[in-house]
Design a protein around this ligand. Structure first.
Ligand code: GAP
Length: 439
């Protein structure tokens, strides 16, 4: 059994089966933008749900959904207008464009193109924020930005949430939403795109307690990825050294995943100190302090942030689940992530089989997202479900009509079990809730 070695195998599967399509494909596509198809949107929603439930189903975290467009001063305060830039170099010969910090050291020193050895231009700083105009007039005064991170929507609402929810520090605010970056070198499918979704949580703590909470969230976030069935040996922490640290961070760790194209960041955990609220206080001239009733202290809270890309987490999940055997390709997805949990097949299109199969299907659908397939051989139908990661297939045959016995087939082991039709929901519930990665 082989894991994913060539991203193209996954890209092709995603297109073929309606997981991810190139955006605006009939017009030749638009670079670094992707559309989620019928199965992809289910999987992505599942990832978001899993994140939301694990973050917000706690007493100390509240949810939020802030607007994408914010007051332009927000991005001055956050440091994005001045500093959210990448150094850009162009090859004078082949015209290819690179991020200077991402090309090999020898090319940076020799100023030679990694592609054709042509001469590279001097680096120019390129701001990654997308600009647009608010209102009918396209003038500088009307410039607004598409947010490059969801975090700032949380910071500017810190006091609103604290006072309306009556939360006491330490507490967090979680948000899922779109973010936009005019990336210079997007690529690797949905890994680095120009429009993407983030799942961010900002945890507000008393200064001095930040390091303890940083360690806590670092561990929690790794556990979450493991609970979603990602292989342990494919995940690791990477600590940001001095040169890598973002302008706001005192300490930062990435959770990295080993993709076929190398170890890459999937999520960041950052100790942002009081930088963000301090800056918003300075720029808005509105106090961002928290009053701690028991100790009668006033302070600007420190922030521990967990920031995951939703698209990137889905890519990790799909890449990690990809398996190839001699006779099939399958996605060993956690049932919590797969688009369908169960597929129901009548052995043939005969009316007596169809009516029983439809009854079983309706029963299962009360609890699980399921699909019905009556076309082609059973083998082909298994193959179709394997490829999209459906963990269980239920086949209705003449034994079901005559004796009330049906067959459940397990995606990972290919093992088929006969059981009483009246027990099928109980059996599936047990299997789905106890699912562990075994392949
Ligand atoms: N608020 C902090 C922040 O935005 P970041 O490391 O720039 O930190 C956090 O981004 C996460 O967002 C990344 O770990 C990644 O999963 C996701 N992300 C960032 N840029 C992305 C892009 N261009 N395409 C897809 N996901 C991206």
């Amino acid at each position: 059994m082989k894991s994913l070695t060539d991203m193209q195998d996954l890209v092709a599967l995603c297109k073929r089966r309606g997981v991810v399509f190139q955006s605006s494909e009939i017009y030749g596509g638009i670079n670094a933008c992707w559309d989620y198809g019928p199965l992809g949107v289910e999987m992505k929603n599942n990832v978001k749900q899993l994140w939301w439930r694990s973050m917000v189903d706690r007493d100390d975290v509240e949810g939020l959904d802030a607007a994408i467009l914010m007051h332009p001063r927000v991005w001055e305060a956050s440091g994005h207008v001045a500093g959210f830039s990448d150094p850009l170099v162009d090859c004078k010969k082949c015209k290819q464009r690179f991020r200077e910090d991402k090309i090999p050291d020898e090319n940076r020193k020799s100023k030679k193109c990694p592609n054709c050895s042509g001469e590279l231009t001097e680096p120019r700083m390129f701001n990654l924020m997308f600009k647009t105009f608010m209102g009918p007039v396209e003038e500088d005064a009307a410039v607004v930005y598409l947010r490059p991170e969801t975090a700032q929507g949380i910071y500017v609402n810190f006091l609103n949430v604290a006072s309306s929810s009556r939360q006491k520090i330490p507490f967090g605010i979680a948000q899922i939403g779109k973010a936009f970056r005019n990336e210079i070198t997007p690529g690797n499918f949905i890994f680095r795109t120009r429009e993407f979704e983030q799942m961010e949580m900002q945890f507000f703590v008393k200064p001095g307690e930040d390091e303890k909470w940083f360690e806590y969230w670092k561990e929690q976030r790794l556990k979450w990825h493991l609970a979603n069935g990602i292989r342990k040996e494919k995940l690791r922490f990477h600590e940001h050294r001095d040169g890598e640290l973002a302008h706001y961070a005192k300490k930062a760790y990435d959770i990295e995943y080993e993709f076929p194209f190398g170890w890459q960041e999937c999520e960041g955990i950052h100790n942002r100190t009081d930088f963000d609220l301090g800056r918003h206080q300075e720029y808005s001239k509105k106090k961002q302090e928290y009053y701690d009733e028991p100790t009668k202290e006033r302070y600007i809270p420190y922030i521990v942030e967990t920031s995951a890309g939703c698209d990137r987490t889905l890519l990790v999940t799909l890449a990690d689940a990809f398996r190839q055997e001699e006779d099939r390709v399958f996605l060993a997805l956690h049932p919590n992530v797969s688009a369908y949990k169960v597929a129901v097949f009548p052995l043939m299109k005969k009316p007596e089989l169809m009516s029983v199969a439809e009854k079983v299907y309706d029963e299962i659908r009360k609890k699980y997202r399921a699909t019905f397939d009556e076309s082609g051989s059973i083998g082909k139908r298994y193959y179709r479900q394997d490829e999209i990661g459906t963990p269980f297939c239920v086949t209705i045959d003449f034994d079901t009509v005559e004796k009330g016995v049906l067959t459940v087939r397990n995606r990972d082991t290919k093992v088929q079990e006969k059981l009483d039709a009246s027990k099928v929901l109980e059996y599936l519930t047990d299997q789905i809730s106890s699912w562990k990665l075994t392949v």
